[in-house]
Write a protein that binds this ligand. Structure first.
Ligand code: CA
Ligand code: ZN
Length: 300
């Protein structure tokens, strides 16, 4: 089954009408637009003409039968097929360096053979290895909340986490019946922090498998690979996000082992990595990443 890019939404909300109702586990194809709603696709398309009401479209939402508040929605990203070109921008007052940028600037960048072929204004060409990832992905937040797709939170959303790529499994806290899952805002490549306010923004076709894990809702999205377990926390400041991310990883390890608290803290300090996802969205996102190989019971 394929959910096409005609089925989009701009805020994660329990009131959204689902485009499809599915039984889990289910394998689905999604067609996604880039974060600009595919409006900046040629060098002539400028930010000034951008319709901001069409920014950050997510494809969906999908209603998963049997997913109830308190469950975890398990989403595995099987494959990402990128479009042949992406767009990167910077503009006045956006990102950490926006104060020194005048106007807006875009580079439409071809993508082929595993690389983004970036060309600077002075003619410098750099072939950047692709690292496809999903910027916006999540479920509807709790009843009464309506969170635009540009903002991250407990429900997921605009986390802009470079780890959210092929082969990764995510666990989201289901907060409304059916979960109402969706995603968009693919990046061909992006650096941690996304300091200029965009990655290489690109339309894509993505295949995912969706399942429900009963009564295991995490507080914030959890990411798992064969090698790592990570928690992804968004808060108004990086400091608050870092604090909560370490607290949540500590509880995850405590629940899955009989290690003493001081050992958990010391092992987190030695083996865990606290990393910035993005610092440019309305809330800031970090991840705490812990390797699984030393503690066999450490899986979601
Ligand atoms: Ca984004
Ligand atoms: Zn993006």
């Amino acid at each position: 089954m394929k959910i096409t890019k005609d089925n989009i939404f701009y805020s994660f909300c329990g009131k959204n009408e689902p485009v499809i109702r599915v039984n889990a586990p289910v394998n689905l194809d999604f067609e996604t637009m880039d974060c600009f709603g595919n409006q900046l696709r040629t060098p002539e398309d400028t930010m000034e003409e951008l319709d901001w009401d069409r920014v950050n479209p997510a494809t969906g939402p999908v209603y998963v039968n049997g997913a109830e508040p308190g469950d975890a929605l398990k989403v595995t990203i099987n494959s990402i097929k990128l479009n042949e070109k992406g767009t990167v921008c910077c503009l006045n007052d956006e990102g950490t360096l926006g104060k020194i940028i005048e106007g807006s600037h875009t580079r439409v960048t071809p993508v082929s053979d595993g690389f983004a072929h970036y060309e600077a204004k002075n003619g410098l060409r750099i072939d950047i290895p692709l690292k496809p990832m999903i910027g916006v992905i999540g479920v509807a937040p709790a009843e009464g909340l309506d969170i635009n797709t540009g903002t991250p939170g407990k429900h997921g959303g605009n986390m802009d986490n470079t780890m959210i790529g092929e082969g990764v499994t995510l666990y989201f806290p289901v907060a409304v019946e059916g979960a109402l899952f969706g995603f968009g805002d693919l990046h061909a490549v992006m650096g941690d922090g996304e300091i200029g306010v965009t990655g290489l923004e690109i339309p894509a076709d993505v295949n995912v498998t969706i399942d429900v894990v009963k009564a295991k809702a995490p507080e914030y999205p959890v990411l798992e690979t064969d090698e790592y377990l990570a928690v992804i926390v968004s808060k108004p400041t990086i400091d608050e996000a870092c604090l909560r991310a370490t607290e949540l990883m500590q509880s995850m390890i405590a629940e899955r082992t009989d290690l003493d608290l001081p050992d958990i803290v010391m092992l987190m300090s030695l083996l865990g990595n606290l990393q910035i996802c993005q610092i440019v969205d309305p809330e800031k996102t970090v991840r705490f990443v812990f390797p699984k190989k030393y503690i066999p019971s450490l899986s979601f």
